[in-house]
Design a binder for this molecule. Structure first.
Ligand code: CUA
Length: 353
């Protein structure tokens, strides 16, 4: 083989490994380590279908190899035709019914699981959260509670939580692999399903429907906390008042600038109720922002100054957006303020401690 061809082949093998392995490593972003009801159901089906398929594979391969070895023409042996079996009713019945039985073994539990996961008949008896998918962020509204949040959804462990999904613009899909399968969020009608987490932790969620240039950055988190912590989180969120916050002088200036620049017209903090942009009440508690950036002052300034460059196609820079490019100092002060918005003592960092 020519050397360049060998190299090309090695490259192809390595890159396919890279693609496969790119999906590994995030313990809280995998359907293969189920931590919730829906994910466990999926895992059970994965095991069932893989077992059935492996059985079929083994039988076929064993027969094939046996035939290849046993019936191989030996040296000096005459060519002979095997016994012809076409038209054998018994054989036709056998090899038609075996696949049908196997398909039934897989189909019945799959269809049952589908109906089970889509069943919302007891939704009224449980917590309901209205989820709005936007390009490229998630908004969560706790039904019956005066409480909203964005990007990080807090829920109590071991409790069935119903999610009513809707989109404000284009089609998105809600997916937290560790907890459950996907469900589309579309602008036309509400899709409902439930999640139930078995363990406390922070589970990563993704938008699973191509929705624009920053689709891959449309991340969110589900923060699963104990029942007590959840109650405390709700109380602290509801009673949070940014004006009562002890801020350093830079952050205080940032708070004034936040108001002067009308940031709060789109971004709610505390009991302000707009949801044009993400709610920032517990911004300082987040482990990242804009879906993927580390919550450092440097990154946040970069984001505020030019959001389009950081997350293409987002709608933050609407008409009237302040010219921070020529006023980075103001962006720095606002960033300082936002990073000090630690509304609750329950944070993704101390979950389960
Ligand atoms: Cu929203 Cu992809």
């Amino acid at each position: 083989m020519k050397s360049w061809m060998r190299k090309l082949r090695a490259l192809a093998v390595l890159s396919s490994f890279a693609i496969i392995l790119a999906g590994c490593g995030e313990e809280n972003l995998t359907a293969l380590v189920p931590k919730g009801y829906g994910a466990q159901k999926s895992m059970d089906l994965i095991i069932l279908t893989t077992t059935v398929m492996s059985f079929v594979f083994l039988v076929v391969i064993t027969l094939l190899i046996t035939v290849l070895i046993r019936f191989r023409k030996k040296k000096g042996e005459e060519v002979r035709n095997p016994k012809q079996v076409e038209g054998s009713v018994l054989l036709e019945i056998v090899w038609t019914s075996i696949p049908i039985i196997l398909v039934i073994i897989m189909a019945v539990p799959t269809v049952m699981a589908e109906f089970n996961l889509a069943d919302d008949s007891d939704a009224e008896d449980h917590m309901n959260i209205n989820v709005t998918a936007n390009q490229y962020w998630w908004h969560f509204e706790y039904e019956g509670e005066d409480l909203e949040t964005s990007q990080d959804l807090y829920i109590p462990v071991g409790e069935k939580v119903y999610l009513n999904l809707i989109a404000s613009d284009v089609l998105h899909s809600f997916w937290v692999p560790s907890l459950s399968g996907k469900l589309d969020a579309n602008p036309e009608n509400t899709n409902t399903f439930f999640i139930e987490a078995y363990e406390e932790g922070v589970y990563y969620g993704k938008c699973a429907e191509l929705c624009g240039p920053s689709h891959s950055l449309m991340d969110f988190k589900i923060v699963v906390v104990s029942q007590d912590d959840f109650e405390q989180w709700k109380d602290e969120m509801k009673s949070f008042d940014p004006d009562q916050l002890e801020l350093d002088s830079v952050a205080q200036e940032g708070r004034d600038l936040y108001e002067e620049n009308s940031c709060m017209n789109c971004h709610a903090i505390g009991d302000n109720s707009t949801s044009i942009g993400p709610n920032l009440t517990n911004f300082g508690n987040r482990v990242n922002f804009a879906g993927y950036l580390d919550p450092t002052k440097e990154e946040l300034v970069r984001w505020i100054v030019n959001p389009d460059k950081v997350k293409e196609g987002n709608k933050m820079k609407t008409s009237g957006y302040p010219d921070f490019e020529n006023n980075v100092e103001e962006a720095e002060k606002i960033a300082e303020y936002l990073l000090q918005l630690k509304a609750t003592s329950i944070t993704p960092d101390n979950v389960g401690n």
